[in-house]
Design a protein around this ligand. Structure first.
Ligand SMILES: *[C@@H]1O[C@H](CO)[C@@H](O)[C@H](O)[C@H]1NC(C)=O
Length: 155
């Protein structure tokens, strides 16, 4: 899916304007539900077991996704990874690039969608057919169902 769009991301931390020029397979709703399940979208800059920011991005993912940086930073700076992962915009773009590279149909439902991205992010692209951890799956799916209901009620 190659299209240019502007999305408004509400991540519990105000509005972040995301202007995209590269492919973005993950929808706005999906990003929101991923951060909800991963961190409660808590914007406090933090790393937990090496996974940083609202999307709990790891160093390996950041490298795989092309070492994106926040404006003014360079990929070689000591803080490039943590600064990017702790920035909602840079973190979201990192996940987008990661899914462009590793997106796949993990649950064999003949489509590549948010459920697959949630599984790939949490369990890795080579283990994404495994069951998601109960808590993560629970919050993630509840968030997606709620988002679908809200979308229907505004149609
Ligand atoms: C957000 O995360 C920080 C650091 O882990 C924690 O101290 C704080 O209580 C959290 N805030 C909320 C609203 O959960």
């Amino acid at each position: 899916m190659y299209y240019k769009l502007t999305i408004l991301l509400t991540l519990g931390l105000g509005l972040v304007l995301v202007q995209s020029e590269s492919p973005k397979p993950i929808t706005e709703t999906c990003l929101l539900c991923m951060c909800e399940a991963l961190s409660g979208c808590n914007a406090t800059a933090v790393c937990v077991n090496g996974a940083c920011g609202i999307f709990r991005i790891t160093w390996d993912q950041w490298v795989d996704a092309g070492r994106l940086t926040v404006p003014g930073d360079t990929p070689l700076s000591d803080s490039a990874f943590t600064s990017c992962a702790n920035d909602p915009h840079c973190g979201a773009d990192t996940l987008q690039n990661y899914m462009v590279k590793y997106g796949q149909d993990c649950n064999d439902d003949q489509q590549e969608d948010c459920y697959d991205y949630g599984a790939i992010h949490y369990m890795g692209p080579f283990n994404c057919k495994a069951d998601m951890p109960y808590n993560y799956e629970n919050i993630f799916k509840r968030c997606l169902r709620r988002a679908q209901r809200e979308q229907q009620s505004t149609d």
